[in-house]
Design a protein around this ligand. Structure first.
Ligand code: FAD
Length: 499
């Protein structure tokens, strides 16, 4: 293990290098734009981000809090153009970031300043082969468009709770959602990818072509290159594509009983049942409430029978909707996830994986939230969400089948706040971090573990990728991204000392 001082020196050196690099890029941006224009095919676009067309023609970020900053934006027209941008950036030491849906929000992104925005908007195609049960998408196709295309074709795949995320970005970190109970992470259904690596090569990556890299793409993919296309295995829609969404609201005072009922589901949860829960403060109800949204890929009668233990608790509100599965993200938890599609948010994210339902600890956390939020109205945008899927889908694949490390998680907990202004971010940040620490104490894991896409950015690489997978991921980094061009998003460090 390297000494503290050598690590500190190394870190300071890196920060200095990045700052110097950023300054150089800021100063040279007109020249960089000009050089890129001369390199790329005519249908590609290159603009300075100071140009008004950047805001209208390029993907904007969901969260502007601790966001990366760009001075030049490029929209490559082809995979060959993507390769040209990557090689140019590498040779000229200019930092860049691929943008799919722009929904990545980890604060680690703020380390990228004065970079090139490699906007993948031109890669938005979606093609489904009905007979072969496969789907090929471009690297920026949005989750909503993918979901609707799958539904129309009578197919399905796990999609997330927010319709506007990029489906490739989502998949490269694993990709989890209500149908993960059936199929695991979205990355478990990946068949192949077209990837421009950090060495500038355009590779087809699959179980038989660069299998080591294929393993790494499924859970840590944004560390190794730019995916211009992904091909998935897809599945005939369960229950003819119809799902039942049941939303319920419980008073916070009942939280102990809700956790108790919930804990009985874990391990026994049918694979067709997904669950999203949120805990927050509602002024109109005078305190904490728990909102639970269930998705059942089956008939309503079966859903109602399964949910009887919750229904018996007499929720304050009950909503039962028979809905095409494509609309689930729109209606689950009363449509609350739609807020995640507003661009320009001041988002404060924290997260922790749970491996057990520790009822006394959860009661303590809700009690702490009640006391704090009753006393401080400015913190009330902080909400805890809890996603719980049947283990069946994750367990269909062996742990070493991919880089995705969290098949055994009981629940993926997020503590998120939408700050009304940049000034209120520090207070919300302190509160949300405290909540994460309190959840962690009852998580069933000695150290913090976090689903990489939900991370804040202050966790260790071992928390995102697990200590058992990191050495293999680092080896891949040395081969496919030796200059660490892809190092802004909860990155796999090249050096072992970092974790
Ligand atoms: C409101 C909200 C709800 C969410 N719900 C869920 C959920 O239910 N389940 C879940 O699993 N996740 C969820 N996420 C997380 C989401 O999957 C990630 O933020 C994901 O990174 C978004 O991808 P993007 O392309 O939109 O983001 P971007 O910010 O464009 O990209 C994020 C990272 O991925 C890289 N990337 C994107 N596209 C490519 C590509 N084609 N090739 C290489 N790298 C690429 C980027 O360079 C960046 O490092 C949610 C996020 C939000 C904001």
């Amino acid at each position: 293990m390297a000494s503290f001082w050598s690590l500190l020196t190394l870190y300071a050196g890196l920060v200095f290098l990045q700052l110097a690099q950023a300054q150089a890029t800021c100063n040279l941006s007109p020249r960089i734009a000009e050089q890129l224009r001369s390199l790329l095919s005519p249908r590609s676009e290159v603009v300075l981000t100071s140009n008004a067309s950047f805001a209208t023609d390029f993907v904007q970020r969901f969260s502007v809090n601790r966001a990366p900053s760009f001075v030049v934006a490029v929209k490559p027209a082809s995979a060959a153009d993507v390769g040209r941008v990557v090689r140019y950036a590498s040779q000229n030491n200019v930092p860049f970031l691929a943008t799919g849906g722009g929904h990545g929000y980890t604060w680690s992104l703020s380390r990228l300043q004065c970079g090139i925005d490699l906007d993948l908007s031109s890669f938005d195609s979606i093609a489904i082969d009905n007979a072969a049960n496969t789907m090929t998408i471009g690297g920026s196709a949005l989750s909503d468009n993918v979901t609707r295309a799958l539904y129309a074709a009578g197919k399905e795949l796990p999609v997330g709770m927010c319709t506007c995320v990029g489906f490739t970005g989502f998949t490269l970190g694993g990709g989890i959602g209500p149908y993960s109970g059936l199929y695991g992470a979205a990355s478990d259904s990946l068949i192949s990818a077209e990837l421009v690596t950090g060495t500038g090569q355009l590779l087809t990556v699959s179980k038989t072509q660069h299998p080591d890299l294929f393993w790494g793409l499924k859970g840590a993919g944004f560390n190794y290159g730019v995916a211009t296309a992904l091909t998935f295995r897809v599945y005939p829609a369960t229950n003819g594509g119809q799902a039942v969404v049941t939303n319920m609201i419980f008073p916070g005072a009942l939280n102990g009983t809700v956790w108790q009922v919930l804990s009985a589901f874990f391990g026994n949860q049918p694979k067709e049942l997904g669950l999203a829960l949120s805990v927050g403060y509602q002024e109109q109800r005078g305190g904490m409430v728990i909102i639970v949204g269930f998705v059942y890929a089956g008939p309503e009668a079966e859903s109602t029978a399964l949910l009887k233990p919750f229904l018996d608790l007499n929720p304050l509100n009950l909503q039962i909707l028979n809905t095409p599965w494509e609309d689930v993200p729109e209606v689950i938890v009363y449509g609350a996830t739609r807020a995640g599609c507003q661009k320009g948010a001041q988002f404060v994210p924290y997260s922790v994986n749970l491996y057990k339902v520790d009822v006394p600890n959860l009661i303590n956390v809700v009690g702490y939230m009640q006391t704090t939020l009753a006393a401080n109205a400015t913190l009330r945008s902080a909400i805890v969400t809890w996603a719980q899927y049947a283990p069946y889908g994750f367990q269909r694949y062996a742990d070493d089948s991919s880089a995705f490390p969290y098949r055994a998680a009981t629940a993926f907990v997020q503590i998120n706040a939408f700050s009304p202004s940049a000034e209120q971010v520090p207070a919300l940040d302190g509160f949300a971090r405290e909540l994460r620490d309190r959840f962690q104490r009852g998580s069933g894991s000695r150290s913090l573990e976090t689903y990489v896409h939900f991370g804040h950015g202050d966790e260790t690489p071992a928390a995102w990728y697990s200590a058992r997978k990191l050495p293999r991921l680092q080896e891949l980094k040395r081969v496919y991204d030796p200059k660490s061009l892809f190092s802004w998003y909860n990155a796999v460090p090249v050096r072992r000392d970092y974790w």
